[in-house]
Design a binder for this molecule. Structure first.
Ligand SMILES: Nc1ncnc2c1ncn2[C@@H]1O[C@H](COP(=O)(O)OP(=O)(O)OP(=O)(O)O)[C@@H](O)[C@H]1O
Length: 568
């Protein structure tokens, strides 16, 4: 039987620009005629030389198998795309490939890994897209982009690990937008359809940043003559009705945090029937933060083949386990060691007594020009320091989870747009946020986990620029974390202060397999202990709830299961 999408696939960008209305109409007409057929039939790979330069369209064999992580084995078909490795690169021999990978400190694992492609032109992006990237000063791919983009464009599942500030966002955003354009040209979305791609991130601020970037690129692409790509945001703290209204328009790309997104999909506010592209950005943070259930729930709603991409700058055990369950035949890309700090950051560690920290902070602020980021563990301390610095006449703003969403967004944007010199934040400000030209990161408190330290200091020294980080430590710190810190300083060839030199540990142990810290082992990992405790508490609460149910009347809320809103 003829493939219903075969004709649709012949619509090219040039066609679209010369006669958009009639083609869109044509596509819609064909779509409505064939939609039922489409449900049942297989799509085939498009091999049309005319489309060679811009045919990245995702072509999926439409299997009706479940997309549950637990039923991964049942997903027989992988997402296929029509992007091909350029001919010149197909013949490159392994020795040359290894030379380039070594030069950029990249390790690739997996079957049929693509070669590193060292320019956007050779990746066969259309000239207009290359011009849009250049406007953003993105001219030459970074190492993670050289290998990550070909991997994603080939439709492969991927784990991308690279130090902070290496341009991981483009690796998933650009292919998602291109896939959406292809889809829109061939089969425009109806109202209520979509998303085609979903990006899950661990904080509202990172979601807003990624959404803004997606909107920026789609606006530019539309100005260049491509169809409009609709993006939407799905985060808590914002009006759900507004988000639902956006979704009803039909959206190509959704960026969200796990809680709100899982809630919306669960309540049937949107469906994942067309979604084939799932990104977990800052996966280490996502899986660390009790979001695993929500993430599984979102992924479980994808009915067929999916491409799953997982990005992280550290690779703790939880991420490894999740990847094993959720990804199919992935390519693993490591730029540097997972959990390694950005080597462009000059790190200093100062011993400062608790009561002297504020005073020391003022002298520390003199070390560099603004912008400066200050991290504290607790929201109260963020507020106190904010007030203290205001009194000192410093142009400062602050960000923590206890603030209203509007205040958080305002603070983030003010600092991002250089309207404020200093931002005081909890770890919310450490996750993937891209503030331009941060000169100095000050850890007013040493974080409790070494991964947080890596993320925090990664807000400076981004993309080849040099940055500076100062960390206050004192007797309140646990010896494990100081030992992890010492090992990171050694690895990054930074000076080791005397008080850290005195900390001993087994340097042959290879570090902790659970949290990735280099200065301790899994046998004395605090984080593992905490997680065990958390799991025990949850299961105790669960079992006492079950026991309690025996004694409750039938109509008690604990006994009545509330029916979910019917899905679309
Ligand atoms: N190839 C490139 N050339 C120049 N600049 C780039 C390139 N790729 C990305 N950038 C810029 O680099 C900055 C950092 O990118 P991005 O936020 O994607 O890094 P990241 O690896 O996700 O970092 P993190 O792990 O901290 O989230 C952004 O401002 C982005 O515009």
């Amino acid at each position: 039987m003829q493939n219903p999408n075969q004709n649709l696939s012949k619509i090219t960008f040039d066609d679209l620009k010369s006669n958009q209305k009639s083609l869109l109409e044509k596509a819609q007409e064909m779509k409505s005629k064939q939609v039922e057929q489409y449900e049942e039939e297989e799509e085939i790979e498009v091999e049309d030389p005319e489309l060679d330069n811009m045919n990245f369209m995702t072509v999926v064999k439409n299997t009706a198998l479940g997309g549950l992580i637990e039923r991964k084995e049942q997903i027989k078909e992988k997402v296929k795309t029509t992007w091909r490795i350029p001919r010149t690169y197909r013949t490159v021999n392994q020795r040359e490939i290894q030379k380039v990978l070594k030069k950029y400190n990249v390790l690739m694992e997996g079957q049929n890994t693509p070669p590193p492609i060292q320019s956007f032109e050779e990746m066969r992006f259309p000239k207009k897209i290359i011009a849009i990237l250049k406007e953003k000063k993105v001219k030459k791919p970074t190492p993670i982009q050289m290998v990550g983009l070909p991997t994603v464009l080939l439709g492969r599942d991927m784990i991308g690990i690279a130090p902070t500030g290496q341009g991981k966002t483009i690796v998933f955003l650009l292919p998602a937008l291109i896939m959406a354009i292809e889809h829109e040209m061939n089969m425009p979305l109806f109202r209520g359809e979509g998303p085609l791609a979903i990006v899950i991130v661990p904080s509202h601020e990172l979601a807003i940043q990624t959404y803004d970037l997606a909107c920026y690129y789609s606006q530019k692409l539309q100005e260049a003559g491509y169809p409009q790509i609709r993006c939407c945001l799905s985060i808590g703290g914002m009006d759900m009705m507004q988000q639902i209204a956006q979704v009803r328009e039909g959206v190509h790309l959704m960026v969200g945090t796990p809680g709100r997104t899982s809630d919306m999909v669960e309540k049937g506010k949107f469906n994942m029937n067309l979604c084939r592209y799932i990104v977990l950005d800052e996966a280490d943070r996502l899986l660390d933060m009790i979001f695993e259930k929500e993430i599984r729930n979102i992924i479980d709603h994808v009915p067929g083949a999916r491409q799953t991409l997982l990005f992280s700058s550290t690779m703790p055990k939880k991420v490894q386990d999740f990847a094993k369950q959720a990804l199919i035949d992935p390519i693993i890309i490591n730029v540097g060691r997972a959990g390694q700090v950005n080597l462009n950051v000059i790190q200093e560690v100062e011993y400062v007594k608790q009561e002297e920290k504020l005073q020391q902070l003022i002298s520390c602020l003199q070390k560099t020009k603004p912008p400066v980021l200050i991290f504290c563990d607790k929201s109260n301390d963020v507020d106190d320091i904010h007030e203290y610095l205001l009194l000192k006449g410093i142009d400062v703003t602050s960000l923590h989870g206890g603030k209203k969403q509007e205040e958080r967004t305002k603070a983030m944007k003010e600092f991002q747009q250089s309207q404020k010199d200093v931002l005081v934040a909890t770890d919310i400000g450490a996750k993937g946020l891209d503030f331009p030209n941060v000169q100095h990161v000050i850890n007013f408190d040493m974080p409790k986990e070494i991964e947080s330290y890596v993320h925090r200091i990664g807000r400076t020294g981004r993309l080849g620029k040099t940055g500076r980080a100062t960390t206050f430590v004192n007797k309140q710190q646990d010896e494990n974390i100081l030992s992890d810190l010492k090992m990171l300083l050694i690895e990054a060839k930074q000076p080791i202060p005397h008080f850290l030199k005195q900390i001993t540990h087994d340097s042959q142990s290879g570090g902790c397999g659970f949290c990735g810290g280099l200065g301790h082992t899994i046998h004395n990992c605090n984080k593992l202990e905490q997680q065990k405790m958390k799991a025990l508490t949850v299961s105790a609460q669960q079992s006492s709830k079950e026991e309690l149910k025996q004694y409750l009347p039938d109509q008690h809320p604990l006994k009545v299961s509330i029916p979910l809103v019917k899905k679309d």
